[in-house]
Write a protein that binds this ligand. Structure first.
Ligand code: NDP
Length: 281
């Protein structure tokens, strides 16, 4: 159990945990649903009260697992969900939000994200988000998979500067955003949410991270997470269905990486030296 959950501050002034829980691949198999909800509940008990989901995941099935996990304790949780770009129109956004609220069995989403940039004009999606805020169905909105030029365009729109986060692929094997998107976001006080922080489990088997982990009596996955969480203004949202993974992820909060660790990490996973387009999965 970590001493305390660390937080970062959204532009709205609200503090959110730097470690949350992902839910992609949950809700796909009814036989696993109870175990998945229990893993999320364990994470909540241990302080990972930010839960990330999306209408896309198992076509609402992941949101239903989240509903099971937060039943009776909704007020403890900071719920993030996402609307598909194909639903991002003036009428599509409120309809998608109502469906998500139904799956989540709640009356509000704390942070509602556009899942990736699409063909609906961004200004229309932002208007729809602002209308949902006024209606009390969402508390905040943000985006996902937006590269720097897309963030520039967004903050130039009326109400565009109400964006609370940009959720992106960011982990040790995907350090491209450090070239410009990470500093751009930090300068504007817009936290990034790092998805796939353990590279979908691949970093958990990395031998160079295992060598660093041995110095901390930890695992490679924990070092990968500790590194993400050491970046200011970054929120990590690992997905863990296994209770031991949930416990290990929370314990990663207590790992203090040394300058030797950071140097070894930079040698194994060099930071970017030029701009690369933002990747997504
Ligand atoms: P992650 O990097 O979180 O990896 C998840 C995998 O890693 C699972 O197989 C899990 O196993 C395993 N794992 C988790 N913790 C540990 C640990 N301590 N030791 C060893 N293995 C571990 O990948 P995701 O792609 O799931 O990303 C996280 C979340 O980000 C998603 O669930 C989703 O909510 C969000 N996301 C958003 C996207 C977007 O476009 N906005 C795209 C992709 C993800 P197990 O489950 O068996 O415990």
């Amino acid at each position: 159990m970590p001493s305390t959950m660390r937080t970062t501050t959204l532009p709205s002034g609200e503090a959110v945990p730097v470690l949350g829980q992902g839910t992609w691949k949950m809700g796909e198999d009814a036989r696993r649903r109870a175990d998945e909800a229990n893993a999320l509940k364990l994470g909540l008990d241990l302080g990972m009260t930010l839960i990330d989901t999306a209408e896309m995941y198992a076509s609402g099935g992941a949101e239903e697992v989240v509903a099971d996990a937060v039943a009776g304790r909704r007020d403890e949780v900071f719920l993030v969900s996402k609307v598909l770009p194909s639903n991002a129109s003036r009428t599509g956004v409120p309809a998608a939000c109502d469906r998500s609220l139904g799956h989540l069995r709640t009356d509000r989403i704390d942070l509602y994200l556009l899942h990736w940039p699409g063909s609906v004009p961004l200004a229309e999606t932002v208007d729809a988000f602002e209308a949902l805020k006024k209606a009390g169905k969402i508390r905040h909105w943000g985006v996902s998979n937006f590269d720097t030029h897309e963030m520039e365009a967004l903050v130039g729109l009326p109400a565009g500067d109400s964006v609370q986060t940009n959720q992106i692929l960011y982990n040790l094997t995907q350090r491209g955003p450090e070239f410009d998107l990470v500093p751009w976001s930090r300068q504007r006080g817009i936290p990034l949410m790092a998805y796939s922080p353990v590279d979908q489990g691949v970093l958990a088997r990395n031998t160079r991270l295992e060598a660093i982990a041995a110095r901390h009596n930890a695992t490679a996955a924990q070092i990968a997470l500790a590194w993400v969480m050491a970046q200011p203004g970054v929120i990590a949202i690992p997905k863990a269905g296994k209770p031991e993974h949930v416990r290990q992820n929370v314990a990663a909060l207590d790992i203090k990486l040394t300058s030797e660790d950071f140097a070894d990490i930079d040698r194994a996973f060099p930071p970017p030296t030029r701009k690369r387009g933002l990747e997504m999965i």
